[in-house]
Design a protein around this ligand. Structure first.
Ligand code: UGA
Length: 451
């Protein structure tokens, strides 16, 4: 069977929803992409992604031109024309750290109303990250309430978590390391399984489980990765106290142990983005509702929040008193290849520098406009990297954009006379000189010979 026989709809055209829609379309499915934001739908109709993500624009352009991706603001149109729907709406963080399920709840009720008078059997898959129990207690119940129909007999439900990363979302969606299908229902399982097998071929690993286990897999995955980062950041902070210690050599060595694995062991200023901080926090709150004490997850979160201070400590160490000094922050996006600044540690570091009286200017290849919406005229936005470095007292590298590879001690000396360079990623090719002090998270200068 070819992918073209599959008609699917995707509700929510954010990072996960739009990337999934464009990739399913590339693999041959006919995809209806729904969002309540007409503006977003208009942009997608013109063949563009409404946000920056490498390779996504080209994919969307082709899919829309070939009429394999049909953008619409009508849930009814999308569901009526498809057999399988993926729910990809956001699950942001509430102020108490718990997960906000408003969008998921609202969309499920709308789905119920749409299928009320339909005689077609339809399967709904939850792709949004939701706490265990949500697919059953919120999504299924709301669809039932809105439609007066019964799960299993009238419609099917599954939970299919997503593992794509911003910045490499297209690549990750084209080649997932695993596809998880969570459902307890044979008919649903067979429909969803044949959809993924037809699109992804026989080699992609598909795991079948029940709904709550699928929901938990997503939280476990993100919490484990976040914990790995907080672990290596703990080691980096130890290295900062011991002359000659190098966190990258340690990470490289322990990463060769197959029980540990080499990925997600890059020490830095802490993790950011719209997923890890929110998911660790949501999982903590969820564990508490079970009467559990989520000590490990709380430590992961705490280590991460403290890491911004480790950056400030290095700035103080390199520069002395911060008040009145010009500080250049390189990179405000939460990682390279995205303009996303949500929960970016850079933002917290800039806040702290401003509190300490610094004159802050920033540079980022993609995220200048987004950063301006946070800080307005409290900081400076030089138009070029050269201007960002001009007469600065301190350079703080926060995001390892390739654009910063060109920075050397010679280049810095062209623009400023005396300067401290704080490298939170050990990424810059800057050698220490009499005028340039170089300090890195997790790597200190040896005071003794290593022999
Ligand atoms: C993360 C997960 O990696 C995805 O699998 C998941 O699907 C996604 O969340 C989600 O739940 O939607 P993402 O937040 O896009 O993806 O980006 P990551 O590449 O995981 O980076 C997250 C943060 O961790 C960044 O701030 C990054 O700089 C930091 N990080 C990552 C480190 O500090 N060290 C590392 O070794 C790796």
């Amino acid at each position: 069977m070819s992918g073209l026989t599959h008609k699917v709809s995707i509700i929510g055209m954010g990072f996960v929803g739009l990337t999934t829609a464009a990739v399913f379309a590339k693999k041959g499915a006919l995809v209806y992409g729904v969002d309540s934001d007409e503006n977003k739908i208009d942009i997608i109709r013109k063949g563009r992604a409404p946000f920056f993500e490498p390779k996504l624009d080209a994919l969307v352009k082709r899919a829309v031109a070939q009429k394999r991706l049909v953008p619409t603001s009508s849930i009814a149109e999308a569901i009526d024309n498809s057999d399988l729907t993926f729910i990809c709406v956001g699950t942001p963080m509430n102020s108490d750290g718990s997960v906000n399920l408003d969008y998921v709840a609202r969309v499920s009720l709308q789905i119920g109303q749409v299928i009320k008078d339909s005689r077609k059997y339809h399967v709904f898959c939850v792709k949004s990250t939701v706490p265990p129990g949500t697919t059953g207690n919120v999504v299924t119940k709301n669809i039932e309430a809105g439609s007066n129909k019964q799960r299993s007999t009238d419609f099917g439900i599954a939970m299919t978590p997503e593992f794509l990363r911003e910045g490499s979302a297209v690549e990750d969606s084209l080649n997932p390391h695993i596809i998880v299908i969570g459902t307890g229902d044979k008919k649903v399982d067979s429909r969803v399984h044949s959809f993924f097998r037809n699109l992804y071929g026989p080699r992609t690993k598909i795991l079948k489980t029940n709904i709550v286990t699928a929901e938990l897999i997503k939280y476990s995955n993100n919490s484990f990765l976040a914990t790995k980062i907080s672990f290596i950041n703990t080691i980096a902070n130890v290295c900062n106290k011991i002359p000659g210690a190098d966190v990258d050599i340690i990470a490289g060595a322990i990463g060769t142990d197959p029980r540990i694995g080499s990925q997600f062991l890059s020490a830095g200023p802490g993790y950011g983005g719209s997923c890890f901080p929110k998911d660790v926090s949501g999982f903590i709150q969820f564990c508490k509702t079970l009467g559990l004490d989520p000590t490990l997850l709380e430590a992961t979160d705490r280590v991460n929040k403290l890491q911004a201070q480790a950056v400030i400590d290095l700035v103080k160490h390199g520069l002395g008193p911060i008040s009145g000094k010009s500080i250049t922050v390189l990179g405000t996006s939460f990682k390279k290849n995205t303009d996303d600044i949500r929960e970016s540690v850079s933002i917290r570091v800039i806040d702290k520098l401003l509190e300490l009286g610094a004159i802050v200017r920033i540079h980022d290849p993609m995220a200048m406009d987004n950063t301006r919406t946070v800080f307005g005229n409290k900081i400076e936005y030089p138009a070029s990297l050269a201007n960002a470095l001009k007469n600065t007292d301190c350079v703080v590298l926060m995001t390892d954009w390739d654009d910063y590879r060109v920075i050397t001690e010679k280049m810095i000396r062209k623009f400023t006379s005396k300067c401290a360079v704080i490298d939170t990623k050990r990424f810059l090719q800057v050698k220490e000189t009499a005028d340039i002090k170089y300090l890195a998270i997790g790597k200190t200068k040896a005071t003794l010979s290593s022999h």
